[in-house]
Design a protein around this ligand. Structure first.
Ligand code: FES
Ligand code: FES
Length: 160
């Protein structure tokens, strides 16, 4: 199959890559861009471990081809911390003990970022509903919900 030239813009950095048409965005991020913070769980769109933002909206990177992200703005967990300081969401996950093994965490962080950016005043129920799309085997979700609510207070003041 003929490879295709694609330009991925990830966290503000440009990655020109050559990929097979069938290559998923998550494989391109991890293997072609070297950004292994985005995890692969099910590869079937079920678990949400691979969640990234594309043009500001959460997507499952295992269900998107790299070619579909050509020229679009991709954000991954690697782009969250700034100047050595954790993002308010990352700090909240630590404060609220919202991660144990951490496998699901990058997906939850990017999902939550997308939710709060698009709806900074999201209600508790709206946050709970949105987070229900991702799976975690460790935490029981209560602490993840608490962390996102903690971050909401800061992000709603424009500290994203
Ligand atoms: S790895 Fe993409 S949803 Fe599970
Ligand atoms: S912290 Fe282990 S799967 Fe969520």
């Amino acid at each position: 199959m003929n490879d295709i030239d694609v330009v991925l813009e990830v966290n503000g950095e440009v990655f020109p890559v050559r990929v097979e048409p069938r290559r998923t965005l998550v494989d391109a991020l991890r293997e072609d861009c070297g950004l292994t913070g985005t995890h692969i769980g099910c590869e079937h769109g079920v678990c949400g471990a691979c969640t990234v933002l594309v043009d500001g909206l959460p997507v499952r990177a295992c269900l998107m081809f790299a070619t579909q992200a050509d020229g679009r703005c991709v954000e991954t967990v690697e782009g969250l911390a700034q100047g050595g300081e954790p993002h308010p969401l990352q700090q909240a996950f630590m404060d609220q003990h919202a991660l144990q093994c951490g496998f699901c965490t990058p997906g939850f962080l990017m999902l939550a970022l997308g939710v709060l950016r698009n709806n900074p005043a999201a209600s508790d129920d709206e946050i709970k509903d949105a987070l229900s799309s991702n799976l975690c085997r460790c935490t029981g979700y209560v602490n993840i919900l608490a962390a996102v609510k903690q971050a909401r207070a800061l992000l709603s003041k424009g500290q994203a």
